[in-house]
Write a protein that binds this ligand. Structure first.
Ligand code: SF4
Ligand code: SF4
Length: 76
């Protein structure tokens, strides 16, 4: 299992990146990809994620991270 970052809801605050204990949150195409809001977005490497929930607790944007794996919502 894995959490998911909803690419078009994320606002690139990056609060999630430093709290991930396994360093599995990265920028989509090194911040070159822009979402529907016109911001960069991060994504979760689902093969490394350990479902700890730290990213969701740290994210200030409601709905940007969900506690289940929905690959159709997350670009990489
Ligand atoms: S998922 Fe949340 S904390 Fe992480 S970059 Fe997007 S808006 Fe910021
Ligand atoms: S749930 Fe935990 S391991 Fe998975 S991306 Fe979020 S902080 Fe990282």
């Amino acid at each position: 299992m894995s959490y998911t970052i909803v690419s078009d809801v994320c606002e690139a605050k990056a609060d999630c990146i430093p709290v991930c204990p396994v360093d599995c949150i990265h920028w989509i195409k090194d911040k070159q990809w822009m979402n529907a809001k016109g911001t960069a977005s991060t994504y979760i490497d689902n093969e490394t994620c350990i479902d700890c929930g730290a990213c969701l607790a740290a994210c200030p944007i409601e709905g940007a991270i969900i506690d289940e794996w929905k690959p159709e919502l997350q670009k990489v």
